[in-house]
Design a protein around this ligand. Sequence first.
Ligand SMILES: COc1ccc(C(=O)Nc2ccccc2)cc1NC(=O)CCSCc1cnc2[nH]ccc2c1
Length: 275
Amino acid sequence: FYAQDPKKFHLGMFEIGKPLGKGKFGRVYLARERSSGFVCALKTLHKSEIQQGKVEKQVRREIEIQSNLRHPNIVRLYGHFHDSKRIFLILEFAGKGELYKHLRKEHRFPEWKAAQYIAQMCAALKYLHKKHIMHRDIKPENILVGIHGEIKISDFGWSVHAPNNRRQTMCGTLDYLPPEMLRPGASDNYYNEKVDLWSLGVLTYEFLVGEAPFEDTPVMTQRRIAKADMKVPSFVSPEARDLIMKLLVLDPEKRIPLEDVERHPWIVKHCATKG
Ligand SMILES: COc1ccc(C(=O)Nc2ccccc2)cc1NC(=O)CCSCc1cnc2[nH]ccc2c1
């Protein structure tokens, strides 16, 4: 598949299958590259939706950045091509689908599974942060599950806010937003990649409890986030509670860094790391 000259992808090369995520991701279809049989996810973006001019260059830049990301816990962007009206993204297909569906079905994950997922999130975020990329939109809806049960983050909030992303951002859940992104007048230069640490804390809580820590009406959620006002239920182990409390810290500089998350007793206990 990759042997092909990446410059020459075109729609005729693919057999299009069922829609994935039923329009949740915009128009994404299961697809198979005819000559190699390689299965992937083909995402269609309409150029009309992406305003012309400046944004187009930004889109190209985002796609270039994402095409260079290679990590087992990050959905690959293999390539892209376009016709007169549409841009097509050739994305990795995650065989076990959307993580939030598994979470809803199981209500909440056992501690060993939550710890393994958080360790994988750590690895992916370390990789992105090393490249000075912050995700900014960590939540179960943006995590997929690969065929071997490994998780893969996707749909980067830092990428161009395509219309479908903007809709999500505008009326998506506030639950995962860190206090510094909620503060009035906060603009891009007021926050840094430590926003992903806060969201990792919210994710850890939601994996273990089955609902987000500040879940409430939109107004109340914002108030509770601003005060880090949340209670960890008693069925959550002391080690897990300790990690959650070290991530959900109002001051971004005081949040436990990813290196220390990886070494945290709760993670180490459940993730027999090789070597
Ligand atoms: C790395 O990931 C991405 C990278 C870039 C973009 C994107 O839209 N960029 C953009 C937007 C506007 C202008 C320019 C660039 C999107 C994704 N990711 C997704 O769209 C999530 C579904 S990935 C497909 C997929 C796989 N496997 C599955 N299994 C079940 C459902 C499913 C769904």
